[in-house]
Write a protein that binds this ligand. Structure first.
Ligand code: AMP
Length: 295
């Protein structure tokens, strides 16, 4: 695996791969990689000939007082994991390489999709994500880019942005990878103290109860949301930020649960803000639950 810190060098390397007929895949990350990230890379390697994983903690997607400075970093560990997964290039630019003029004057804002849920609690977050993903897609011009369903709102936003801006990349959503007890893997799980770590699987537990209710026939969003809330209330360490049942593509509210539905939770647990979701595909009486995979 090549380690590349410069945009121009990466572009030249990708040009060579493309001239050789390679299908190019991109996996954007903020590093401190875990099995969820590795699953994205493995999927990309199965579907592409030349895979670039980026590790960049993008300062512009962190708000004031958020965890930019304390965000966990381990570039050597990341490089070893990517190498094992079969990744071809690790793109690890510094902030000056990505933003040579400092704070960008150009903004990428996706209306509506990013406005509430995580967007309400983190007002600058999705504009920062949209900007950095746009830049990575402009630099790499991949045939496919891989994102986790764990960040369900982000996936919806990136999909819409890629369509609106006519990026060549196919946006591929990949299943959430979970610990054996159901906790979704996240770099931010490193913030969890032992007692918080023990409480954390309650989030997925509550989402599963919500999904079971829908499988049993419930189609009223409010009833499902209230059920999830009541299960979460059994875990006093959790400070619940939102519980929502939304259209998974548009992130808009639904009058009744139908089509592709996102059941989503955000909660604070000590210093960590955790998010998780399950996707339900509802067609009449049939409900397919996509909850992710245990490592
Ligand atoms: P991050 O490094 O947290 O910005 O995440 C980089 C990519 O990995 C995003 O597309 C995330 O959705 C994805 N990701 C993070 N955690 C998981 C997980 N547990 N399972 C699958 N994908 C994940």
């Amino acid at each position: 695996m090549e380690r590349i810190a410069k945009v121009a060098v990466l572009r030249r390397r990708i040009d060579v791969a493309r001239r050789e007929g390679a299908r190019v895949g991109l996996v954007p990350t903020m590093g401190y990689l875990h099995a969820g990230h590795v699953a994205l890379v493995r999927r990309a390697c199965a579907e592409c000939d030349f895979v670039v994983a980026s590790v960049f903690v993008n300062p512009f997607q962190f708000g004031e007082g958020e965890d930019l400075d304390s965000y966990p970093r381990d570039l050597e560990g990341d490089a070893a994991k990517l190498e094992t997964a079969g990744c071809h290039a690790l793109f690890c630019p510094d902030a000056e390489e990505m933003y040579p003029e400092g704070r960008p004057l150009t903004h990428v804002h996706v209306d509506v999709i990013g406005d509430d849920l995580c967007g309400a609690a983190r007002p600058v977050h999705f504009d920062g994500v949209a900007l950095v993903v746009t830049k990575l897609l402009a630099i790499c011009e991949p045939d496919a880019a891989y994102f986790g369903r764990k960040d369900g709102q982000q996936l919806a936003l990136v999909r819409r942005m890629a369509t609106d801006l006519s990026f060549r990349a196919e946006i591929v959503g990949c299943p959430t990878v979970r610990e054996a007890d159901g906790l979704a893997l996240s770099s931010r799980n490193a913030y969890l103290a032992p007692a918080d770590r023990e409480a954390a699987p309650a989030i997925f537990g509550a989402l599963r109860v919500g999904a079971q209710l829908v499988t049993a026939g419930e189609r009223e969003p409010r009833v499902v949301v209230e059920k999830i809330r009541s299960v979460l209330a059994d875990e006093p360490r959790l400070d619940v930020e939102y519980v929502e049942a939304r259209d998974a593509r548009t992130i808009q509210p639904l009058a009744r649960l139908d089509g592709e539905v996102l059941l989503a939770v955000a909660a604070r647990l000590g210093p960590a803000r955790l998010i998780d979701n399950v996707v339900l595909r509802i067609d009449g009486d049939s409900v397919e639950v996509e909850a992710g995979e245990i490592t």
